[in-house]
Design a protein around this ligand. Sequence first.
Ligand SMILES: C[S@@+](CC[C@H](N)C(=O)[O-])C[C@H]1O[C@@H](n2cnc3c(N)ncnc32)[C@H](O)[C@@H]1O
Length: 257
Amino acid sequence: MAADLSPDALRNREIWTQENAEYTGPKALEAWRQEEIGWGVFQVPESQLGALPDVAGKDVVELGCGTAYFSAWLAKRGARPVGVDLTPAQLATARRCQQELGIEFPLVEASAEDVPLPDASFDLALSEYGASIWCDPERWIAEAARLLRPGGELVFLVNSTLAILCSPDEGSVVERLQRPQFGMYRFEWPGEDDGVNFYISHGEWIRILRQNGFEIVALHELQAPPDAADHPRYELVSAEWAKKWPSEELWRARKRA
Ligand SMILES: C[S@@+](CC[C@H](N)C(=O)[O-])C[C@H]1O[C@@H](n2cnc3c(N)ncnc32)[C@H](O)[C@@H]1O
């Protein structure tokens, strides 16, 4: 499969192999065991947001599932998830967690830009910082549309456009615009190799979603809870900033029937 991957995907797979060894691998079981669904760096509870449709009995594909804890949370609520991820080490951790906790579902090693699963076979496509920031939006949104049944929903979490606009080349976001919005798309951050990310404006999300047959259902702008503290590892946004401005955005869209 590696021969078919884009240079960006190959580079991102290296990053995630290392991240798995250092952080996500050791942390995975704890995430799988979490009872409440929480969104993003500051873990805004799903019970408060209501961003997901009812998942019981639904076929769900998680695009860029990583260690697949989100799929596990949905499986515990009666969904039938399939996890898709590029990085073998992440999927190996997911398999270890499956065996440990007895929650089994299929895991597919593939890029979310080119998914080897049939058309119209899912009710919900989900991405929590997976395809949503690591894949070319023109490609992965088209794949999500292809994989969904008519009326199916797409829910995905990204760093907010505002947070990216306020991000200096290195360090955490500041209270001042740092870069132009027009032309934003593919990002390579200077300094340590953080791989290749994709961030676009709200207008561009709406254009791409609608071109692929989606209607927008909601855009949840996440606010850090009053007692939130800085995350020990994900330092892009401080808790104080995220209490004042939306640092993360959760999109929900429905494929036209
Ligand atoms: C922040 S994790 C998101 C997954 C999960 N929510 C988590 O936090 O572990 C990002 C994941 O995206 C995956 N990824 C990066 N590029 C990808 C691509 N082109 N196709 C599928 N997965 C990709 C990485 O391997 C990594 O596991």
